[in-house]
Design a binder for this molecule. Structure first.
Ligand code: NAP
Length: 331
């Protein structure tokens, strides 16, 4: 099969598209014919050796896949060949096929196209876990989402609104602010041109927000932590700016603030039943039309480097997806 290989750590341009063999699925695995693969920020960190997990080289990067079951291992009874599925695999996704343990494969609704499914489970599962289990977000509370047009950010905006919160979406450009307003988000702040702290003060009558969702880190974290109300929660989701910020803990004392870490991969391993329940609820929200995944652009497999580099431009609204099935047409 064709696969993109990371043979040495470096930027997306150092990856290589190659022909490789794939083993048949093990007894407890299914083999998925991948139609589409979602690109996530951690994929960039992983190929550059900056992610918490450093897989042995060579490896196939990107790990949010959607496709169809094309083979099943001997002990698998939960899936049949032809079933439409998706999975978060953390790597192995920029390829035509992948073997995945059957217990981590998710059946995708018939109404969910592969290009949508390839950008669905990672970001929605992360943001739902963050808002539901980690922040215990309540109806009527105010939620500030930083990087609100990005993958996890936009999912947090949609889920926060669905959970009955007042959502303030904060983004780094006017284009992104306009895109969010067009989606019906009422309170949007462009933190490149406006003073975030002042805007939050105005929007909340000086009270501050109950929950901050932060996938960005850096200077924005330093400002956002000063926008939190009494008894607030600060969700530490990621550091897209590249700087892991530090918190003066007197702020935690003064605000009765809880700093809450969010690590979806670990949550899924430690509490699989709860993660499964979350995913069932998310799929129902999708089927009911209460969340609407946004696909920014779909690239053919051979444009993998452009797809990965797109995340560094800060112009993406929603998800970037690579369509593996387009390879023959372009190769
Ligand atoms: N904790 C978890 O379990 C978990 C799970 C998934 C992802 N994450 C983390 O969440 C973060 C976001 O992931 P994502 O896939 O949603 O990424 P994404 O779609 O690229 O969104 C990241 C957002 O960060 C903002 N940003 C600010 N400075 C940036 C910079 N220098 N480079 C790139 N973006 C910058 C951008 O928004 P503006 O331009 O509007 O500022 C961008 O929309 C990453 O750090 C990722 O590792 C964590």
């Amino acid at each position: 099969m064709k696969a993109v290989l990371c043979k040495e750590l470096g930027p997306p341009d150092s990856l290589q598209l190659r022909e490789i063999d794939i083993d048949p699925p093990a007894a407890d695995e299914v083999q998925i014919r991948i139609d589409a693969c979602g690109i996530n920020f951690p994929d960039l960190l992983m190929i550059e050796g900056k992610y918490q997990e450093r897989p042995p080289l060579p490896f196939i990067p990107c790990g949010e896949v959607a496709g169809t079951v094309c083979a099943t291992g001997g002990s698998v009874s939960s899936f049949n060949i032809g079933d439409p599925v998706m999975a978060v695999t953390y790597r192995g996704g920029l390829a035509e096929r992948i073997n995945v343990r059957a217990d981590s494969v998710i059946r995708r609704p018939a109404s969910m196209p592969a290009t949508v499914a390839a950008g669905f489970p990672g970001v929605y599962a992360t943001s739902y876990h963050a808002l539901k289990q980690r922040a215990a977000l309540q109806p009527g509370e105010t939620l500030l989402v930083l990087g609100a047009a990005g993958g996890v950010g936009l999912a947090a905006v949609q889920l926060g609104l669905g959970m009955g919160a007042r959502v303030i979406a904060a983004v780094g450009s006017e284009d992104k602010a306009a895109a969010l307003r067009e989606m019906g988000v009422h309170d949007v702040i462009n933190y490149q041109t406006a003073d975030l702290k002042e805007q939050i003060k105005t929007l909340t009558d000086g009270r501050g927000v109950d929950v901050v969702y932060d996938p960005v880190g850096g200077d924005l974290f330093d400002t956002a932590v000063r926008c939190i109300a009494w008894n607030g929660r600060l969700l530490v989701v990621g550091f897209a700016t590249g700087r892991i910020p530090e918190l003066p803990v007197n702020l935690a004392l003064l605000k009765g603030l809880a700093v809450v870490g969010v690590f979806y991969g670990r949550f899924e391993k430690e509490q699989p039943a709860l993660a499964e329940q979350n995913m069932a609820e998310l799929l129902q929200l999708y089927v009911d039309g209460r969340i609407a995944p946004v696909v920014h652009q779909v690239f053919p497999l051979q444009d993998y480097a452009t797809a990965l580099n797109a995340l560094t431009t800060r112009k993406v609204v929603g998800k970037v997806v690579v369509e593996t099935g387009t390879l023959d047409a372009h190769d």
